[in-house]
Design a protein around this ligand. Structure first.
Ligand code: SAH
Length: 410
């Protein structure tokens, strides 16, 4: 078989080119930050193809790190090793996957009836790779074009490590795919595809996950622990789950939390169909699911003088970038203000943001603004993030995106 230089074949994971940084630009990479932007690069010695192994060097030629080249992305090089002795070969990537899978075993998230994120990109030193396990199936998302030539060998390693019934490739979020120049249609990579939804257990409840057409890789795994943290406050309350997707918060509040009733709202008909099925699956007869624009629905409920004991807000990403931060914060302010207005005195607000460019401080400051404008005290009870199967690299805090604040509103 001819060696494929883009897969590190001929080079055995050793560099085929050297990327020279501009003067005084090496510091983040000594700090193990994995993204080398085109703006930091002075020149390239050699002619690397997409996915080729390259060394990163200072202006005066000292080794800094080793990574993979993508000429189509602003992130020209993604770094995977910071020692010159580490080749980026199959064994290296297999080792990273084994460590990632081992971490989930350590976390007690290896129950085959459940679901867990097995690989969280930079958080597992595998920039651009997401792997979620749903029962006996894996859903893989590649967000780095440089990993595409390695997809088969990564999946072979996952097969060996996890022994799933099937491995499905799911396309990256459209915006991300465009930034990377990625064109990867969804497909079955190994084994068999599930015949229908895959049923996974989450803290004693059961949820059907659509691995082929669902949002993200099928389920918002990052909210797993938050759904149950929220449910702890639901007993006897009337709950509104706005932006409910397939009903994770709604069902957790109704069944595990003992809510009096739950209204779940999402604009996607596919999502609400799943939410209804999930409510039924768990015998939650007091969950009403509605397909509607949640912003309009919140306004309509407020105009009608409706009140709730608890409101969950988990809207889609408002800020795509730092540039849209102010607009995003205004949008968060607006929707949270309406939600606060719907709460009985002493009601619980569970408010989330998955915009990475909105910091925890920004988000809490937004809530302070809501408290001021609505003349209600907001007591923050818990300030949560994604679960531990979504580790964040201390060297790449861009990986920390999810905020979930549980607050009591006087
Ligand atoms: N809370 C969910 C995840 C929500 S993700 C869980 O735990 O699984 C955000 C959801 O907002 C998506 O399901 C998306 O379909 C929905 N959405 C996006 N825009 C919307 C709008 N204008 N009105 C209602 N839902 C919307």
């Amino acid at each position: 078989m001819p060696d494929d230089p883009t897969a590190g074949g001929t080079s055995g994971g050793l560099p085929t080119a050297t990327v020279i940084l501009k003067p005084k630009r090496a510091r983040p990479f000594y700090g193990r930050h994995p993204w080398v932007l085109d703006s930091a690069i002075d020149r390239v010695e050699g002619a690397p193809a997409t996915g080729a192994v390259v060394d990163l060097a200072t202006h005066d030629g000292h080794f800094v790190a080793r990574g993979l080249w993508n000429p189509a992305s602003r992130i020209r090089v993604r770094l995977y090793a910071f020692e010159a002795a580490t080749p980026l070969d199959e064994a290296c990537f297999r080792g990273r996957l084994a460590a990632a899978v081992g971490l989930r075993t350590h976390l007690g998230l290896d129950d085959r009836a459940g679901a867990a994120r097995l690989v969280n990109s930079e958080g597992d030193d595998l920039s651009g790779l997401i792997v979620d396990r749903y029962g006996d199936f894996l859903a893989v998302q590649v967000t780095a074009a440089a990993l595409v030539p390695r997809l088969e060998s990564l999946c072979a390693a996952l097969d060996e490590l996890v022994r799933p019934r099937g491995i499905l490739l799911r396309g990256a979020e459209r915006g991300l795919a465009k930034l990377e120049g990625l064109h990867l249609p969804d497909r079955l990579v190994r084994g068999a595809a599930p015949a229908g939804p895959v049923f996974v257990a989450e803290q004693g409840l059961k949820f059907g996950v659509d691995l082929t057409e669902g949002q993200k890789t099928g389920w918002y795994l990052d909210q797993r622990d938050n759904r149950f943290a929220a449910a702890r406050h639901a007993r006897g309350r009337r709950v509104l789950d706005a932006f409910s997707y397939s009903g994770g918060f709604a069902v957790a509040c109704a069944v595990a939390g003992g809510a009096r009733s739950v209204l779940a709202v999402d604009s996607s008909a596919k999502a609400t169909a799943l939410a209804k099925a999930n409510a039924e699956l768990n015998g939650a007869a007091n969950v009403v699911v509605e397909t509607a624009d949640a912003f309009e629905k919140l306004d309509a409920l407020a105009a009608a003088g409706e009140r709730f004991g608890m409101v969950v807000l988990d809207p889609p990403k408002f800020a795509r970038s730092r540039a849209s931060l102010d607009d995003a914060l205004r949008a968060y302010h607006r929707v949270n203000r309406v939600a606060v207005g719907l709460l009985d005195p002493g009601g619980i607000l569970v408010t989330c943001s998955c915009s990475g460019s909105v910091s925890r401080d920004d988000f809490l400051e937004m809530l302070a603004g809501v408290a001021q404008r609505s003349r209600r005290s907001i007591q923050v009870l818990e300030c949560r993030g994604a679960g531990p199967d979504h580790p964040v690299s201390a060297s790449c805090l861009e990986g920390e995106y999810l905020k979930c604040v549980i607050a009591r509103v006087a």
